[in-house]
Design a protein around this ligand. Structure first.
Ligand SMILES: [Fe+2]
Ligand SMILES: [Fe+2]
Length: 177
């Protein structure tokens, strides 16, 4: 298997979550209300899975190794753009959390902000994924030997193994434990 294999499998789950958020957006528009617990769940998915687990492997392993290669100008530009996309996803999610907190506190104007941030995220993720699946991942393959691909896969597995422990350590700490 190539290193992009598990990343592309993860893309499919992110797309499934995006579809759920799209359905929720339809409901927000028709009913003029939102379930803040659904927003919490979507935020947890985006932060823990899409960002820390998925973008984490991209940035900390794949992009790190690519950075040491003699990348073409186009490939380097695209890698920088992907890193900016990840940062954009993070700041949009932060704004979504803020809007959800305001909504819980009774601020009616927060509903439009929640809808706007969710819409931004579901518009953004599929485009970002397409850049990786169709352009960046196929181009990156040319820079690695089979051994390097296998080493990245091994590092991915270790990265994932640690994630569940980091996630629940953070839960306990957030509760003051
Ligand atoms: Fe990415
Ligand atoms: Fe990705």
């Amino acid at each position: 298997m190539q290193a992009r294999g598990p990343l592309m499998v993860e893309h499919r789950l992110i797309e499934r979550m995006s579809d759920l958020i799209k359905s929720a957006l339809g409901q927000i528009e028709s009913e003029r209300k939102v379930d803040p617990v659904f927003v919490d769940t979507a935020v947890d998915f985006i932060r823990t899975y899409a960002d820390r687990t998925h973008h984490g492997k991209e940035e900390d392993i794949l992009f790190r190794d690519l950075d040491g290669k003699d990348l073409s100008a186009d490939d380097r530009r695209l890698m920088d753009e992907l890193i900016e996309d990840h940062a954009f996803g993070r700041s949009t999610t932060k704004a979504l959390v803020d809007a959800n907190n305001r909504y819980r506190g009774g601020d009616a104007s927060a509903l439009a902000d929640i809808a706007e941030k969710l819409r931004t995220l579901v518009d953004f993720y599929p485009k970002h994924i397409e850049k990786e699946d169709k352009a960046f991942f196929p181009a990156s393959r040319a820079y690695f030997t089979d051994e390097e691909e296998q080493a990245m896969l091994a590092e991915f597995r270790e990265f994932d193994r640690r994630m569940i422990h980091a996630k629940y350590r953070a839960v306990v700490e957030s509760l003051g434990g």
